[in-house]
Design a binder for this molecule. Structure first.
Ligand SMILES: [Zn+2]
Length: 275
């Protein structure tokens, strides 16, 4: 439940916090700080350590990239500590008024967070600091309300949970794969040289990492689509693909996180697009 790594890149400071249960899920998450702006607030389970670190920073404003507990978890406490506004996308502000219930494994790993009715919806598609202007890029998919921040002059990309990894072994029950692929393409059209991912920063070759992820999602989608078009149902597709399930995660999350959810997400998107 503590700070485990510090990242320094140009004017950007990254602070990585760890929490969780050893052997089951040990998870790390970064928050970033640049020019008075704090991007995300860490997981509730690391609160003490998070607040200890944020007390050392001169924070004028905070932005939350999406409603997940490892990003939004300490917002009210940092607001009290610095008497600063906390911004989020409009959908995030709405979601946080009554955030969706989290699974037992998420509670153990990250900790739960209460509703937050004090978030301020971003009115423009940018957020300014004394020395930088960040463009807000909607990147739904992993979460419907997710945004990324792009600093075009410095070519910094704060990608929230758009990347995480080139291969994803489980999906959250309500993710959209089509939206995720579109978000990846949208971000790949930007000019950036470094990617501050909340779980896996890529200071080198960020573009290749994102392209690899897009290819992986596209080929997974294609595999499922072909079987679906042959008339196979969900159960038969799962059997035919023989993708390795993350059983511990799936059971501990009561099915909220699983490999099966990825197939379900593809089928949902295929049906919605009328293919
Ligand atoms: Zn997330």
């Amino acid at each position: 439940m503590s700070l485990i790594n510090t990242l320094n890149y140009e004017e950007v400071l990254g602070l990585q916090f760890q929490s969780g249960v050893r052997g089951l899920a040990n998870m790390e998450v970064y928050m970033y700080y640049v020019d008075g702006l704090l991007i995300d607030t860490g997981q509730p389970k690391a609160r003490q350590s998070v607040l200890q670190e944020t007390s050392k920073l001169d924070i004028d404003q905070v932005i939350i990239t999406h409603h997940h507990e490892d990003h939004s978890g300490n917002a009210p406490f940092i607001k009290d500590q610095h008497t600063c506004p906390i911004y989020a996308s409009k959908p995030c502000v709405e979601l946080m008024k009554a955030p969706p219930k989290i699974s037992p494994v998420q509670r153990l790993t990250w900790g739960d967070r209460p509703a937050n009715k004090e978030l301020i919806a971003l009115e423009k598609n940018e957020i300014k600091t004394p020395n930088h202007t960040f463009t807000i890029i909607p990147v739904p998919g992993h979460a419907a309300d997710m945004i990324a921040l792009h600093e075009p002059e410095r070519k910094w990309l704060f990608s929230a949970d758009l990347f995480i990894n080139s291969y994803i072994s489980y999906f959250i029950y309500n993710e959209s794969i089509i939206a995720q692929m579109e978000s990846l393409r949208r971000v790949l059209s930007l000019d950036f040289k470094v990617m501050f991912c909340a779980h896996n920063p890529k200071l080198e070759t960020p573009r290749a990492s994102l392209e690899k992820k897009l290819n992986y999602l596209e080929s997974s989608y294609e595999q499922v689509r072909q079987l679906y078009e042959k008339g196979l149902d969900e159960h038969s597709i799962i059997k035919a693909l023989n993708w390795k399930e993350m059983w511990l995660v799936r059971l501990a999350s009561k099915g909220q996180l699983s490999r099966k959810n990825m197939i379900r997400a593809i089928l949902r998107d295929l049906k919605a697009s009328g293919e």
